[in-house]
Design a protein around this ligand. Structure first.
Ligand SMILES: [Cu+2]
Length: 571
């Protein structure tokens, strides 16, 4: 079972005197609040607010106020809308406008620019996104999807460490939304984290919101995804790459090309429909089983196998994704699992994968034949195109189906692609697979994470030796009233309050000197705040100032629990 645990850390430089009313304003659609109006917080002068909200999000929670959208059919996905200059941009002289996605075909966009300037002075990287509902056939089967600038997966965000990322999100969808920047520390910009009900409000339909944050103290491979309901599984995902000035030194193997490979499980139905079934009575934690899988938003299905679906596998976006790699060189592939549920085993036939980065930490290279990757994880691997007897090899991404609760007769459990030795830099879809050798080892059947204990960071950063607080969390699923199965941490099952996010409520309470938010000295510097928050729905750990916290999670579920510590590094 996938659980999503968010921990919001840090202080906010601009804190609201009335965060709750800000939320209501956004939700009531009274007016389009500018970025500054919506988030103009007063400086909290007493102490750094250090707030930890430990959350349990049921992975297929019902979309907020889900309404049936009216879908607009499109037959193409490769034409992102032109990026328009924003007011913010015209006022700021050192803004770098991203036009790459607008001017390049989609296939090129996930190939990183070899002429990238790692030494560039810190700048603002501006992106303008319009979110729309569209019908699309990533593997041939038409389904309603949510797209950013008419593109799936979403546009690449590529920046240097110390740059400022500024993304204006215009929500032209039926439902509210929010965008979360997975793994970004947000130190000092907590309210830009995009976690609905925790650090902010959703963006109501028809409104825009500008996320702006500086990237400090981290580099490597990250991604973004919608953080409202399960909209990420409907298409709102994309890569976020941060270059360190020392990238060439941190990466121990030098490479000729650098590209992104996004793996995702794929459902032929909207997440809102699946969530309703999943959360119904008597569904004992039987997660929706994917219908297939995609690499960079592509796959190809035999339409004859799916007579009950509207299917066309002849459009240009459908096919086995193919990647051109120059022969006799090393190539970096940044593999990201942007899916909702399935763990993948990833491989390239006859080519070893040297892992050189794990979730933003550069590591000493270790070779693997197959790479296990769970949702939200990122691994960089370097492959050597040194085979003399052939010029094409199969890429395989297999979902580990033993983790699935029930059979799905329409499921194809893997997606395949092609690595072709060629000096072109283009990638395209193909309908033919080369006949190359699979590895001899048995396919992994257990839902087990890659054993990362043998991976050694290039820059070793020791964990803090002194711990300020310790919390034990027991995670499992319990069947309660009305035979509803719900995920829990201890006795708590998270219910996001979209009109009163945890962060806003805490800031308001602290500013008003509300006794419910006072640090309780007898409980130590970090404590469960059970006075201001209802523990059955919002298990919230509060702290004054920056603290080191140990969290021990015992998983009593039969599936994996990849906890997500948002805005924090786990050591
Ligand atoms: Cu995330």
């Amino acid at each position: 079972m996938t659980m999503d645990e968010e921990v919001a850390l840090g202080d906010s430089p601009r804190q609201s005197s009335d965060g709750n009313s800000q939320c209501r304003a956004l939700l009531d659609e009274e007016k389009i609040l500018s970025h500054n109006e919506a988030w103009c917080f007063k400086w909290w002068q007493y102490a750094l607010l250090f707030l930890i909200s430990v959350i349990l999000l049921v992975p297929f929670a019902i979309n907020l106020a889900y309404k049936g959208p009216s879908w607009e059919k499109t037959s193409h996905i490769d034409t992102p809308q032109p990026v328009t200059a924003s007011k913010d941009q015209s006022e700021s002289p050192n803004v770098t406008q991203s036009t790459k996605g607008a001017s390049s075909p989609r296939e090129d966009e996930y190939l990183l620019d070899p002429a990238w300037n790692y030494e560039a002075a810190p700048t603002i990287r501006q992106y303008n996104w319009t979110l729309r509902e569209t019908e699309l056939n990533p593997d041939g089967v038409w389904r309603p999807m949510l797209l950013i600038n008419n593109q799936f997966p979403g546009p690449l965000i590529e920046v240097n460490e110390h740059d400022t990322i500024r993304v204006t999100v215009n929500n032209q969808m039926t439902n509210s939304t929010a965008m979360h920047w997975h793994g970004i520390y947000q130190n000092g910009t907590n309210s830009m984290d995009g976690t609905v009900g925790i650090t902010g409000c959703p963006i109501a339909p028809g409104l825009s919101f500008t996320y702006e944050f500086k990237v400090r103290g981290q580099s490597g491979t990250y991604w973004y995804h919608a953080h409202q309901g399960n909209q990420a599984s409907d298409g709102l995902v994309g890569p976020l790459i941060i270059h360190s000035r020392n990238e060439k030194q941190l990466q121990q193997l030098q490479y000729a090309s650098d590209r992104i490979i996004m793996l995702s499980d794929h459902y032929h139905d909207l997440s809102g429909i699946l969530a309703r079934k999943y959360l119904a009575p008597d569904m004992e934690n039987a997660e929706p089983v994917p219908d297939g899988a995609l690499i960079n938003g592509r796959a190809i299905r035999n339409c004859d196998d799916l007579p009950h679906r509207k299917c066309d596998n002849t459009t240009s976006n459908v096919g086995f994704p193919a990647f051109d790699l120059e022969p006799n060189r090393h190539h970096r592939l940044r593999v990201i699992n942007v899916g909702a549920f399935a763990e993948f085993q990833f491989q390239i036939d006859e080519h070893e994968l040297a892992v050189t980065e794990v979730d933003g930490t550069d590591v000493q290279p270790i070779n693997y034949h197959r790479l296990n990757i769970n949702p939200a994880q990122r691994y960089s691997v370097v492959v050597h195109t040194d085979k003399r007897e052939r010029t094409k090899s199969r890429m395989r991404a297999r979902m580990i189906t033993h983790c699935f609760a029930e059979p799905n007769p329409y499921m194809v459990d893997s997606v395949q692609g092609v690595i072709q030795y060629s000096s072109n830099s283009e990638a395209k879809a193909t309908t033919k697979l080369p006949d190359t050798m699979d590895w001899n080892e048995a396919i992994g059947l257990e839902c087990k994470d890659l054993n990362t204990t043998e991976l050694v960071p290039v820059q070793v950063v020791a964990a803090p030796t002194k711990v300020d607080a310790f919390f034990y969390l027991r995670s499992n699923f319990e069947i309660g009233a009305y035979r509803l199965s719900r995920g829990k941490f201890n006795t708590s099952s998270w219910r996001a309050d979209v009109k009163s996010p945890t962060l806003f409520r805490s800031i308001d309470g602290l500013q008003a000197k509300n006794a419910s938010f006072d640090a309780e000295q007898d409980k130590g510097p970090v404590f469960v705040n059970n006075r201001a928050f209802d523990q059955s729905a919002q298990l919230t750990i509060q702290s004054s100032g920056v603290q080191t916290v140990d969290i021990l999670i015992s998983n009593f579920d039969d599936g994996l629990v990849p906890p997500q510590l948002s805005q924090a590094t786990v050591r």
